[in-house]
Design a binder for this molecule. Structure first.
Ligand SMILES: C[S@@+](CC[C@H](N)C(=O)[O-])C[C@H]1O[C@@H](n2cnc3c(N)ncnc32)[C@H](O)[C@@H]1O
Ligand code: SF4
Length: 370
């Protein structure tokens, strides 16, 4: 499995919690940026000729705020430069209220077959508090325009003043619009964002409250037929995001655009976050890479374990042996013995974190880091 990630760093404005690389008010740069993105894809094409890509993910930022012709051009360039699997999954992220019938038609004709919509919450006052520029009704309208397609919604928990009943409303709203996948993230107060000040002021729910919200929402999602397959991701059967599953299985992916990361041939590398630097580099025929590291030995093993144990499928013991030539239970014997009450062994083949502890897997996995 291999994936392609494409970063579109434009947004209409900055949400109060957001630390993603996005440039509000710079949509005027879209033409220059997209030309560079197409060029970056071409620059990398020769070295990736022997790869077939199973997924393409256009994320942001807000890909849906720029003219649809750039997204269409982007997907055409992907096909011109890279071999795609016949059943390729092509996802586009969008914000409610930023698409029209024409835009969606253009995306679909260009091959998009999965749409990820940032709802965040069904409560309008909370959307406003987050600095979102849409209402819950806009989400409904975006879903109506999308029609019967593979749709996903992002929602958030741990918001100021949010209750479990509010979160159930978000889930109901998404499920009622026929989404087959829900990503549910606990608000992270990122340093430097306005929400961080709310956190310092003690205005956000504490971690026990958020954990309780998570448990309630997980139970409700299950009741509605959404099975958890990763700590923050829930899907109807068969609608798991193949693009994200590939990340957690430590599969290869190539990223294009500002701040895009890649994992290819055992190396992890990341592009610059700076829009001007990115454009300058590409115009002078250089890769805009600012960090590049070969991941080997214990680091590679830890990555494998850390990613796999976020998921419901857990770690495949035989796959680990094939990849590293050593035994998972021996490599991590101390950490496994110390934390044995948190793990399940499935059919002697897989190791996974017990259902009730998956939400706190970060703490458990600290002992695996040597
Ligand atoms: C790439 S981001 C943004 C996609 C899209 N522009 C939007 O806002 O809907 C993907 C998701 O990450 C989540 N997210 C972003 N910042 C977050 C934060 N600080 N804490 C928790 N979740 C966050 C949001 O749910 C968001 O929809
Ligand atoms: S629209 Fe999405 S990417 Fe843009 S600022 Fe808001 S959360 Fe961040």
């Amino acid at each position: 499995m291999a994936g392609i990630y494409i970063h579109i760093p434009f947004c209409t404005s900055k949400c109060r919690y957001c630390d993603f690389t996005s440039y509000p008010g710079k949509i005027g740069f879209a033409e220059a940026y997209m030309a560079c993105l197409y060029k970056e894809m071409k620059l990398r094409a020769a070295e990736l000729q022997n790869k077939t890509f199973d997924t393409v993910y256009i994320g942001g930022g807000t890909p849906s705020v720029i003219d649809a012709k750039w997204i269409v051009g982007c997907l055409n360039q992907v096909r011109a430069c890279y071999a795609l699997a016949p059943n390729v999954e092509v996802t586009i992220e969008m914000n409610p209220g930023t698409v029209t019938e024409e835009k969606i038609q253009a995306y679909k004709q260009a091959g998009a077959n999965r749409f990820s919509i940032g709802l965040q919450t069904a409560i309008d006052a909370q959307l406003e508090e987050l600095g979102r520029r849409h209402t819950a009704a806009d989400f409904v309208e975006t879903c109506r325009l999308l029609g019967e397609v593979n749709k996903s919604a992002d929602i958030m928990i741990g918001l100021k003043g949010q209750t479990s009943a509010d979160i159930r409303k978000s889930i109901d709203l998404a499920a009622g619009q026929g989404v087959s996948h829900i990503s549910m993230y606990a608000l992270t107060p990122e340093d430097g964002t306005p929400v961080y000040t709310d956190y310092l002021n003690g205005e956000l729910p504490d971690s026990d409250e958020v954990a309780a919200q998570y448990d309630d929402a997980r139970a409700y999602l299950k009741q509605l037929g959404f099975e958890r397959y990763e700590v923050s991701n829930f899907a109807k059967k068969g609608f798991e995001s193949r693009h994200n599953l590939n990340y957690w299985r430590r599969g290869e992916y190539i990223g294009f655009g500002v701040d895009a990361s890649s994992f290819m041939c055992g190396r992890r590398f990341t592009n610059t976050r700076d829009l001007d630097d990115y454009i300058k580099c590409i115009l002078s025929n250089h890769y805009p890479v600012v960090s590049d590291e070969e991941i080997t030995g214990d680091d590679a093993k830890f990555e494998k374990v850390m990613l796999a144990l976020r998921t419901e499928e857990g770690l495949d013991i035989a796959a680990y042996r094939r990849e590293f030539g050593t035994e998972f239970v021996l490599d991590f014997s101390d950490a496994l013995i110390k934390n044995k009450e948190y793990f399940d062994l499935i059919d002697g083949k897989r190791v996974k974190i017990k259902d009730e502890y998956l939400y706190v897997q970060n703490q458990i996995l600290m002992d695996f880091l040597r």
